[in-house]
Write a protein that binds this ligand. Structure first.
Ligand code: B12
Length: 601
C-alpha cells in the first residue's frame, strides 16, 4: 500500500512507489499473489480493496507525512485481522514509535527486499534481520541487516503490476522512475539517507541500467516518457554515468530525464554534463541549500558556494535545466539572509528553484540536535512536509519562515525566469516556443502553486497570496524583457500583428494589495513587460482579477468571473482593443489546436 496525500513536489507529477515495486518483484516467486495499491490514484475504499484481494499480509510504505494516514490504513487492516508491516525512511528511523500503535505488527528497517522475502517464506518475525516487532508487549529489534551488496542481482521493479497511468505535470505525458545506485556518501545533516544505507554506496552496472531503460521504454510502448533518476547523488560515480551515456547514445529512447545531483560533481565534470544533456538527461536538481558558507557548514553539505556558478554554467551551456533546492529557516538564519536566496538563485543562473522549509526528520543529525534542545514543537506528522516550520528558530517565527518560503518562490518564479529557461532550452530545441505552449505551461505552474498553497497553508492562504503579489513587483523584469525581447524568445509574429500597438495591463488584487503586469507591444515587438505596485493610467486594454476567489473558489460562476476580468474596457476605444486581443488569441488558438491535432495523428 502507498497511502494517499500529495505534498510539495508531488503536486507536480505522480509519485511512483518504486520501493514497493522492487519488493514485489523480489518476493514474486515466494507468494501466490502480490498487488500494489496506490491510494493517491485509486478511488476505492481500503475496505473494498481488502475485500477484492483478500490478502494475508498488508505492507505499507511511508514517509513522515504519511504517518497518520498509514496508521488509519493499518487500523482498517487490523479490523480484518490482517498482520501489518511497514517500511521506508520514516519507519526505519522511528520503529518504536510505529510499534507503539497496536495496529502495527512489524517494521522492516532499511532495504526491504530480502527481509520481506524471508518474512513471507518463514511466516515468522523472529529471525528476520532488520525487522522490529512486538512479543509479549515488548518491542524487539532484530539485528540490523547489511545493505544489499550486488544490486545488479535484484530483479527490476515490478512495473507490470502498475494499475494506474502515472503522469507528468502536464497530466498527459507518462512518467517513470529508475535508480542507478543505492546509498549516498554525502553526510548532509538533514538527510535520512545515512540512516537507510549508512553511507554505503553501491552502483548498478551501466549495462544493467540500460537494460532496464529499454524494458521501461517497451513498457510505455515507446511513447514519450519523463523519467526521474531517483538517486540522491546521481553523479556519485562519474565514470559509471559516463558509460551509461555512451550506452544511451546508441538508442532512441524517446525519454527526457531528470537527475538529483551535487553541484561539485557537475562543476568538476563538464564533459559528462555535456554527454548527459546529449542523451536527454537534461533536467537537474541540485541541493544548493544556501549562498552562505555558515549554512553550508552547519548542514555538513561538504560544498562551498564557489562551485555553484560553475555547475550551473556547465548545465546551461548544454541547454539543460539547472534546478536548485534551497533550505530556509535553519536555526540561525535571518529574514535578510533568506530574502537574498532568490536573488542568488538568479545571479548564478538557475532556471528552476524550490525553497523548502528546514525540516528535522527523525534519524538525521539535525533532528537529534534540535530534539536534544527540546526545540521541536510540531507534533502532527502531516506538517513534516518541508512547507511548514516545525521547530523554534533563533530569529524567525513559524509564520515568518513559512511566509519567506512563499516570498522566495514568487521572487524567483517571475516572468524573467520563465523566459530565461526558454532561452537556455533553445540551445537544443533550436526553435522558438509557441506563445500558447508557453502560456499553457504557466497555467500548469499556477495550478501547482495554488495547490501547494491552498492545501498546505489552508488557514493563512490569503496572507500568502499577499506576500506573493508583493514579491512579484520587481524592476528586474522590465530590464530583462527590454534586453532580450520577448518576441525573440516566443513565436508570436502573427499574434502581435493582429494585436497591434497596445499597453495591456493585467492587475491582480487581493483587498488593498494590488500588483499590475504591463505588456507594451507594437506590431512586431514586445517592447517590455513591467511589474508594478498598484495600477498605471495609460493602458489600452485592462484586465483585472480579484484573487479573493482563489481562497473561496465556490464564490462565483466562471462566466461571471470572466465578465469581471474585462469589465474595465467599456469605452469604444477599449472595446475595440479588447476585440483585437480576442481575435489575436483566437487565431493563435485555432492554429495551435490544428497543429496539435496534426502532430498527434
Ligand atoms: C527520489 C525522491 C523523491 C522523488 C520521488 C520520485 C518517485 N518515486 O516517483 C520526488 C522528488 C518526487 C520526492 C518528493 C518528496 N520527497 Co523525496 N526523496 C527521494 C529520494 C532521493 C529517493 C527515494 C527513492 O526513490 N529511493 C529508492 C527506493 C528503491 O527506495 P525506497 O522507496 O526507500 O524503498 C526501499 C526501503 O525504504 C524499503 N521500503 C520502502 N517502503 C517499504 C514498505 C515495506 C512494507 C517494506 C517492508 C519496506 C519498504 O524497501 C525499499 C526497497 O529496498 C529520498 C532519499 C534521499 N536521500 O533524499 C527522498 C526522501 C524520501 N524524500 C523526502 C521528502 C521529505 C520528500 C517531499 C516531502 C519533499 C517536498 N517538500 O516536496 C516530497 C514528498 C512527496 C509526497 N510524499 O507526497 C524525505 C522523506 C523524509 C522522511 N523521513 O519522511 C527523503 C528521505 C529525503 C530526506 N529529506 O531525507 N522525493
Amino acid at each position: 500500500m502507498k497511502p494517499a496525500g500529495r505534498k510539495g513536489l508531488s503536486f507536480s507529477f505522480d509519485l511512483i512507489p518504486i520501493g514497493l515495486e522492487y519488493i514485489a518483484s523480489y518476493i514474486k516467486e515466494a507468494v501466490d499473489q502480490v498487488n500494489i495499491v496506490d491510494l493517491e490514484l485509486d478511488n476505492r475504499k481500503f475496505q473494498d480493496i481488502i475485500n477484492v484481494y483478500s490478502p494475508d499480509l498488508v505492507g505499507i510504505t511511508l514517509s513522515a507525512t504519511e504517518h497518520n494516514q498509514s496508521l488509519r490504513l493499518a487500523k482498517t487492516a487490523k479490523q480484518n485481522n490482517l498482520p501489518v508491516v511497514v517500511g521506508g525512511y520514516h519507519p526505519t528511523s522511528v520503529p518504536d514509535l510505529m510499534l507503539s500503535h497496536p495496529q502495527i505488527d512489524a517494521v522492516i528497517r532499511g532495504e526491504g527486499e530480502v527481509a520481506m522475502k524471508e518474512l513471507v517464506e518463514t511466516g515468522a518475525f523472529e529471525n528476520v534481520l532488520g525487522l522490529s516487532y512486538k512479543k509479549n508487549g515488548k518491542i524487539i529489534h532484530n539485528q540490523t541487516r547489511k545493505p544489499i551488496e550486488n544490486i545488479d542481482a535484484l530483479p527490476f521493479p515490478a512495473r507490470y503490476l502498475r494499475q494506474y497511468p502515472y503522469k507528468s505535470q502536464d497530466r498527459v505525458t507518462d512518467c517513470d522512475v529508475i535508480t542507478m545506485y543505492r546509498g549516498c556518501n554525502g553526510m548532509c545533516s538533514f538527510c535520512c539517507e545515512p540512516s537507510m544505507s549508512y553511507g554505503c554506496i553501491r552502483t548498478r552496472s551501466p549495462e544493467n541500467v540500460m537494460k532496464e531503460l529499454l524494458e521501461m521504454s517497451e513498457y510505455h510502448k515507446r511513447k514519450p516518457v519523463n523519467v526521474m533518476f531517483a538517486d540522491p547523488h546521481f553523479m556519485g560515480n562519474p565514470k559509471q554515468v559516463d558509460r551509461l551515456c555512451d550506452l544511451m547514445m546508441k538508442h532512441n529512447l524517446n525519454m527526457e530525464f531528470c537527475a538529483l545531483v551535487r553541484a561539485d560533481s557537475m562543476a568538476a565534470h563538464p564533459q559528462i554534463v555535456k554527454k548527459m544533456c546529449q542523451v536527454g538527461i537534461r533536467r537537474f536538481e541540485m541541493g544548493i541549500e544556501s549562498p552562505n558558507a555558515k549554512d553550508l557548514k552547519s548542514t555538513k553539505k561538504g560544498i562551498t558556494n564557489k562551485v555553484h556558478g560553475k555547475a550551473v554554467e556547465n548545465i546551461r551551456q548544454n541547454g539543460g535545466r539547472a534546478g536548485g533546492t534551497f533550505v530556509i529557516g535553519l536555526p540561525d538564519q535571518t529574514e535578510e539572509e533568506i530574502r537574498m536566496f532568490p536573488v542568488y538563485a538568479k545571479e548564478i543562473g538557475l532556471t528552476g528553484a524550490a525553497f523548502g522549509v528546514a525540516t528535522p526528520f527523525p534519524g538525521t543529525d539535525f533532528y537529534k540536535e534540535l530534539d536534544a534542545q527540546g526545540l521541536i514543537f510540531e507534533t502532527d506528522w502531516d506538517n513534516f512536509d518541508e512547507m511548514h516550520s516545525v521547530y523554534t528558530a533563533k530569529y524567525l517565527s513559524k509564520e515568518k519562515i513559512e511566509e519567506m518560503a512563499t516570498y522566495c518562490m514568487a521572487k524567483f518564479w517571475n516572468i524573467d525566469t520563465f523566459l530565461d529557461h526558454e532561452i537556455v532550452s533553445q540551445t537544443h530545441t533550436k526553435q522558438k516556443k509557441a506563445i500558447l505552449d508557453f502560456s499553457q505551461e504557466r497555467i500548469i505552474n499556477l495550478g501547482f502553486m495554488t495547490n501547494n498553497g491552498n492545501t498546505l497553508q489552508k488557514d493563512n492562504f490569503e496572507k500568502h497570496i499577499t506576500t506573493f503579489l508583493e514579491a512579484y513587483i520587481d524592476p528586474r523584469v522590465e530590464a530583462y524583457t527590454r534586453k532580450v525581447g520577448v518576441h525573440e524568445v516566443l513565436e508570436m509574429k502573427k499574434f502581435l500583428r493582429l494585436l497591434g500597438t497596445q499597453t495591456i495591463q493585467c492587475t491582480l488584487k487581493l483587498d488593498d494589495t494590488i500588483t499590475s503586469f504591463i505588456f507594451k507591444t507594437n506590431k512586431t515587438n514586445v517592447e517590455y513587460i513591467r511589474v508594478i505596485k498598484g495600477r498605471q493610467d495609460d493602458s489600452t486594454i485592462t484586465l483585472e482579477v480579484d484573487l479573493k476567489w482563489l481562497s473561496e473558489p465556490a464564490n462565483s460562476h466562471i462566466l461571471q468571473r470572466l465578465a469581471l476580468v474585462f469589465s474595465d474596457n467599456l469605452t469604444a476605444k477599449k472595446l475595440w482593443n479588447t476585440f483585437r486581443l480576442f481575435i489575436a488569441v483566437g487565431t493563435e488558438a485555432a492554429a495551435w489546436s490544428l497543429q496539435k491535432l496534426v502532430s498527434r495523428k
